[in-house]
Design a protein around this ligand. Structure first.
Ligand SMILES: O=C(O)CCC(=O)C(=O)O
Length: 311
């Protein structure tokens, strides 16, 4: 039986409005989040309900599969724990090789002379013809774990293949921060090369420790100085996403303090993508919003299609 697949109605893109309210007018984050989420809910009420119900009816977690628990909101994983992780990492390395062969690396460095980190090899809708990678992003063990944690079937809102060359800067996401664009979201960072200590691995704190540190520091927005981690006696809780190609981390980047790409002495290549509720307040700059289901994705089930924005 053939089914008709159509792009679902998506709420309006609130990025400009969010930036204006939060960054220009400096309104409190909770207020901005609440306003924008409410406005979005009005436009897609039925879908939100459907996604919540579907998330509630998911089967129990299989022993050994990934999961996120409320208190610490992260899980490090090894390649064998996530089906397809190793192959996905290999595929990304091939894309990076093609990027370099076409001079993309030189161009990216010239375009960003003062930013030698998280340079996009591909980003956002450029994933439209990467059906293998899209399959990995919506693979059921991960999607189910995320849906249980968020209480809804989310959308894969953004994706990027990031390359970080050697650098010595400490700016922007190289300093401790949370991702401020939602109250909760789940991000995956997949190591595509083996990542060791000298490749600027992601450093992070579990959510409950992050909350304690932020409270002590009175942190509401922006970056947090390293000293606060020591002051809060949280140094021993810092974790690193180090490991072979295909290893990585799944975590709530809006609750877990983190930074990465700091002090690289060697290149690092990571695939990142993240899941947000449909009514999340705002979008990222590497937004994935596909207008039609990409060829090669016809076999996806309903939950997976919803995560890519299709009925
Ligand atoms: O891995 C990194 O370099 C940092 C990533 C990061 O901060 C983020 O994805 O929000």
């Amino acid at each position: 039986m053939s089914i008709t697949v159509t792009a679902i109605r998506r709420p309006f893109n609130a990025r400009l409005l969010y930036r204006w309210l939060y960054k220009r007018l400096f309104l409190p984050r909770n207020l901005v989040h609440g306003l924008l989420s409410k406005a979005k809910q009005l436009t897609v009420r039925e879908q939100i309900l459907h996604r919540r119900q579907l998330a509630g009816s998911l089967a129990q977690r299989q022993p050994g599969s990934v999961s996120l628990i409320e208190s610490d909101a992260y899980q490090l994983f090894q390649p064998e724990q996530l089906p397809g992780a190793r192959e996905t990492a290999e595929h990304c390395v091939e894309l990076y090789r093609q990027f370099c062969a076409g001079g993309g690396d030189t161009e990216a460095l010239q375009r960003n002379p003062s930013k030698r980190f998280l340079l996009s090899v591909i980003a956002g809708n450029e994933f439209a013809d990467q059906s293998e990678l899209l399959h990995f992003m919506v693979s059921r063990p991960v999607l189910d774990a995320v849906s249980r944690y968020l209480g809804t079937i989310p959308v894969v809102e953004g994706a990027a293949l990031w390359w970080t060359p050697p650098n010595e800067s400490v700016q922007s996401s190289q300093a401790w921060h949370i991702d401020e664009l939602a109250q909760r979201q789940v991000k995956i960072i997949l190591n595509c090369f083996e990542v060791t200590e000298d490749q600027g691995p992601l450093h992070f704190l579990p959510a409950n420790i992050s909350e304690r540190v932020r409270q002590l520091a009175g942190h509401h927005r922006g970056r947090l100085a390293d000293e606060w981690i020591e002051q809060a006696d949280a140094g021993s809780h810092v974790r690193r996403a180090i490991g072979p190609a295909g290893s990585g981390i799944i975590f709530d980047s809006s609750r877990c303090l983190h930074f990465g790409s700091r002090g690289n002495r060697r290149d690092r290549l990571v695939l990142t993508f993240h899941y947000l509720p449909l009514d999340a307040p705002t979008e990222t700059r590497y937004n994935l919003r596909l207008s039609r289901l990409p060829p090669g994705c016809e076999d996806l089930d309903e939950v997976q299609r919803l995560a890519l924005g299709f009925s």
